[in-house]
Design a protein around this ligand. Structure first.
Ligand code: 0RA
Length: 644
C-alpha cells in the first residue's frame, strides 16, 4: 500500500515556486553549472551523483558505490549509505530527499558537521542533475522501508511514496540525461572508468563498480584499492623500474587540513606529479604543490648534506634534481577551497602552503631517517641528475652555438610563410620529403609554412636533454617555432599559432604523430595548453566516376559515396583510390582535402587529463615495439589524449 508523505507547511507553494525558478535557471544556462552540454558535461552528471555517495563514504557510512549504464541511455548510481533523509524538513516542510533534488546547493543542509570534501570541479549538487534529466528516480532505503520519488526535468512527477520494505539502507539514483539539453547522449566507458578508478585510488577502501548493460554481454569492472595513494603511485609506475620497492607514504593533518602523499622514484628522467584537492585534479597546481616542492627540496638537501653525499660544501641539489624520476600523488583536503587559474584548477588558499610544507618536511625527514636504503637511492638519483644538469647545460650551450637556437637561424628545410603575424601563421609538420614537396607546392604560401620531417623523430620520453637537442629533426622544429623549450619556453615568441601535424593515415604515421605529441607534451606543454597544436585529417579514399569525385575520410563515407555514384547511372565504373600516404596526393588534392582552411578538418590537441595522457604516452613509449604497434592500430582515435 502506497502512503504519501504529505507536505504540512503552508508556505509549500511559495517555496516550490522559488525552487522551480532555480532549476529553470539551470536548464537555461546548463554550461554555467556543468561546464558544457557535450561529452564532458554529460559525464559530469555521473560524477556529480557519485560525489554525493563519496561524501557519504568519507563520513564513514558507506563503503560501496555501483554505477550502471543502461540500454535506454539512463544511468544508475547506488550506494549503501544512510540514505538521504525522507522525513519532512522542519523549516522547508518537504521531505529532505525532495529538498536535495530540487534546491540548488541543498547538499549539506542536514548535516552541518559533515566533512564535505568531495564535489566535482563544479560541485553543484544533485539537483542540477535532476534539472538536466528527462527523468530521474530516487530510491531511498531507510528505517526498514523503501521510499521512492520521481521527477521529470526537475519537476516532481511522483511524490515520495513508500513502495515496500527494505532490509538495509542506501540511496539509488537513476537518471536519463535530457536530449533537449545535451548534444551528446552516449556515455563512454573509458571516460567513466578512468574517473571512477581515480576516485577509488584517492579514497582507498571504497568499492566502486562500473557495469555497462548496453552491449550484447554486460561488462563490469570493480575498483577497490585498500592501499589508496600507495597503490595509485604503484599503478602509475607499473611499467617503470622503481628505485625502491615501496612508495614513501604519509597522511597527516593540521588545522583541519588533511595531507595525503605517496611518492616513488623510478629510473626515468621525468617528473610525474599529480595533485588533488578534495578529489578534484588540480591540473594547474597551487599552494599545496608549492609547499610540497619546497619541503621536498629542502629535506633532500638536508639529508644529502648530513650523509656527506655532496662533496663540495656549497653544492646544492635543485628542485628539478630532487624530482627527477619522481612519481607522486598529493591529495589535500581543505574545508573551503579557493580555486583559481584559467581552468579553475589551481588552489589559491594561502594557509595551505605552510601546512603542507611543515607536514611534508617533518614526515619526509622522519621517513628518510628510518629508511636509510631508500634515502640513499633517492639522493644518489638526485646527485646524478645534478651532474647531468651541469653536463646538459654545457651541451645545450654547445648546441645553441652550433644550431643557432639562440640567434634563430631558420632551418634550411623550412618553407616559411610570408606574413609576419604569428596569429595568422600556420606551420605544417609533414611526414616525409615527398609529401613535404607536395605540401610546399599546394599550400597558400602567404600564411602556411611547411617543415618536412624525415623518418622517425627521436623518442624524447627516454632521453636526457643533451641527446634531445642533438637530434636534427627536433632542432629544426624548435628553431622553426622559435619559442625555446622547457623552462626557456616563451609562448610570446611562437612564430605560429597553429602547428599542424600532418602524417600518413597508417601505423607509421600514427607512430610519428605520437612521437611529436610526446615531444610537445614534454618540451613545450604551454604550446598544447594554449591550443596551438593540431592534427590534420587527410582523406583515406578518393571515389570518382567520370568528372565527379569525392574524398572519403572514413569507411562509412567511402560506402556512402560509392553508393551515391553507382546509383547515378551513366557510363563508367566507380573508381576507388586508397591513399596509403600523403605522397600519393598531388599538390592540388592535398590542398583541397587537407590544407584549405575553408574545407579541411583539423583536430585541436588538448591535455584533457594529464594523468591519463602521461600514462598513455608511457604505454606507447615503452621499450617494447610490438605492443606499441598493436596499440596504435587499435586506438587510432586517441580518445584519452585528445579532446576535440
Ligand atoms: C544528508 C544526511 C544524511 C544522508 C545524506 C545526506 C546522504 C546523501 C546522499 C546522496 C547520495 N547518497 C547519499 N547518502 C546519504 C543522513 C542523516 C542521518 O541519517 O542522520
Amino acid at each position: 500500500m502506497a502512503k504519501e508523505a504529505k507536505p504540512s507547511n503552508g508556505d509549500y507553494g511559495a517555496k516550490q515556486i522559488t525552487v522551480l525558478k532555480g532549476l529553470e535557471a539551470v536548464r537555461k544556462r546548463p554550461g554555467m553549472y556543468i561546464g558544457s552540454t557535450s561529452e564532458n558535461g554529460l559525464h559530469h552528471l555521473v560524477y556529480e551523483v557519485v560525489d554525493n555517495s563519496i561524501d557519504e563514504a568519507l563520513a564513514g557510512h558507506c563503503d560501496s558505490i555501483e554505477v550502471t549504464l543502461h540500454r535506454d541511455g539512463s544511468v544508475t548510481v547506488a550506494d549503501n549509505g544512510r540514505g538521504i533523509p525522507v522525513d519532512l524538513h522542519p523549516v522547508e516542510g518537504i521531505p529532505g530527499v525532495e529538498l536535495a533534488l530540487t534546491v540548488l546547493h541543498a547538499g549539506g543542509k542536514f548535516d552541518k558537521d559533515s566533512y564535505k570534501v568531495s564535489g566535482g570541479l563544479h560541485g553543484v549538487g544533485v539537483s542540477v542533475v535532476n534539472a538536466l534529466s528527462e527523468k530521474l528516480t530516487v530510491t531511498v532505503d531507510r528505517d526498514g522501508a523503501r521510499h521512492q520519488m520521481t521527477f521529470v526535468r526537475g519537476h516532481t512527477s511522483q511524490k515520495l511514496t513508500v513502495i515496500g520494505m527494505a532490509a538495509g539502507t542506501g540511496t539509488t539514483v537513476t537518471f536519463k540525461p535530457d536530449p533537449e539539453i545535451f548534444s551528446v547522449l552516449e556515455f563512454t566507458w573509458a571516460t567513466l572508468a578512468e574517473r571512477l578508478r581515480q576516485l577509488a585510488f584517492l579514497n582507498g577502501g571504497i568499492k566502486i563498480s562500473l557495469t555497462d548493460e548496453r552491449g550484447d554481454t554486460p561488462r563490469n569492472e570493480v575498483f577497490l584499492y585498500e592501499g589508496g595513494l600507495i597503490e595509485f603511485v604503484q599503478y602509475l609506475n607499473r611499467k617503470k623500474k622503481p628505485l625502491h620497492p615501496k612508495p614513501v607514504h604519509f597522511n597527516a593533518s593540521k588545522d583541519d587540513i588533511d595531507v595525503d602523499v605517496a611518492i616513488q622514484w623510478e629510473d626515468g628522467y621525468n617528473e610525474n606529479t599529480f595533485t588533488f584537492v578534495n578529489n578534484i585534479n588540480t591540473h594547474e597546481g597551487g599552494t599545496h604543490l608549492t609547499g610540497f616542492r619546497s619541503a621536498l627540496t629542502r629535506t633532500i638537501n638536508d639529508i644529502a648534506k648530513k650523509g656527506n653525499y655532496l662533496k663540495k660544501a656549497d653544492f646544492t641539489l635543485s628542485g628539478d634534481d630532487a624530482r627527477e624520476g619522481m612519481t607522486c600523488v598529493l591529495h589535500v583536503k581543505v574545508r573551503e577551497p579557493q580555486f583559481e587559474g584559467q581552468t579553475k584548477t589551481k588552489l589559491g588558499n594561502s594557509e595551505v602552503e605552510g601546512i603542507v610544507r611543515t607536514i611534508v618536511g617533518e614526515q619526509m625527514a622522519m621517513f628518510l631517517a628510518e629508511n636509510p636504503a631508500v634515502a640513499r637511492a633517492i639522493i644518489e638519483k638526485a646527485v646524478g641528475a645534478a651532474r647531468a644538469r651541469e653536463a646538459a647545460r654545457k651541451a645545450r650551450e654547445l648546441v645553441r652555438k652550433k644550431s643557432g637556437l639562440e640567434n634563430a637561424v631558420l632551418p634550411g628545410k623550412l618553407a616559411d610563410c610570408s606574413v609576419d603575424d604569428p596569429a595568422l601563421s600556420e606551420l605544417y609538420l609533414v611526414e616525409g620529403d615527398s609529401a613535404g614537396g607536395s605540401a610546399k607546392q599546394g599550400r597558400n604560401r602567404q600564411y602556411q609554412a611547411i617543415l618536412p620531417l624525415r623518418g622517425k623523430i627521436l623518442n624524447v620520453e627516454r632521453a636526457r636533454i643533451d641527446r634531445i637537442l642533438g637530434n636534427a629533426e627536433i632542432r629544426a622544429i624548435i628553431t622553426a617555432i622559435g619559442a625555446g623549450i622547457r623552462e626557456d619556453f616563451n609562448i610570446e615568441n611562437a612564430r605560429y599559432h597553429k602547428i599542424i601535424i600532418m602524417t600518413d593515415a597508417d601505423v607509421d604515421g600514427a607512430h610519428i604523430r605520437v612521437l611529436l605529441l610526446t615531444f610537445f607534451f614534454r618540451q613545450m606543454p604551454d604550446l598544447i595548453e594554449a591550443g596551438f597544436v593540431y592534427i590534420a585529417q587527410p582523406p583515406l579514399y578518393r571515389v570518382a566516376k567520370g568528372r565527379e569525385e569525392y574524398y572519403a575520410y572514413d569507411e562509412d563515407e567511402r560506402i556512402d559515396f560509392t553508393k551515391r555514384l553507382e546509383e547515378k547511372g551513366g557510363r563508367g565504373n566507380v573508381a576507388l583510390q586508397r591513399y596509403k600516404g600523403l605522397g600519393e596526393m598531388n599538390p592540388d588534392q592535398l590542398w583541397k582535402t587537407t590544407m584549405d582552411p575553408d574545407t579541411r578538418t583539423i583536430l585541436r590537441v588538448t591535455l584533457s587529463d594529464a594523468v591519463e595522457a602521461s600514462k598513455l604516452f608511457d604505454e606507447l613509449m615503452g621499450d617494447n615495439v610490438e605492443p606499441r604497434r598493436e596499440f596504435i592500430e587499435a586506438n587510432a582515435q586517441y580518445v584519452s589524449v585528445l579532446d576535440v
